[in-house]
Design a protein around this ligand. Structure first.
Ligand SMILES: [Zn+2]
Length: 92
């Protein structure tokens, strides 16, 4: 049985909230969730900037944290530190 998705990189799991929600670190330029369900199927849900996290997330990562959430499985993602922030002055 060939698994064509074995090359999908795995995200580092940073934390698990008390609600059981995973908090993972995004890979660079990652836009889709790579969480797998019980059958091993990749979620592939869209990662969207999420502003409505509760006190637990705010306490762990700061109330102004940059948090992304999969719109499908609700897994949370932190930004990848290797990505250049979009804010500020870019030098060429
Ligand atoms: Zn997902």
């Amino acid at each position: 049985m060939a698994d064509t998705e074995t090359n999908v990189p795995v995200c580092e799991v940073v934390d698990t909230l008390s609600t059981g929600v995973l908090v993972k670190r995004r890979l660079a330029r990652m836009r889709a969730c790579n969480e797998r369900d019980a059958k091993g199927k990749v979620c592939a849900g869209h990662l969207k900037r999420w502003y409505f996290f509760g006190e637990e997330v705010a306490g762990k990562f700061g109330k102004d944290a940059e948090i992304y959430r999969c719109e499908n499985c609700k897994t949370l993602y932190l930004p990848n530190g290797e990505e250049t922030p979009r804010t500020g002055t870019l030098s060429y």
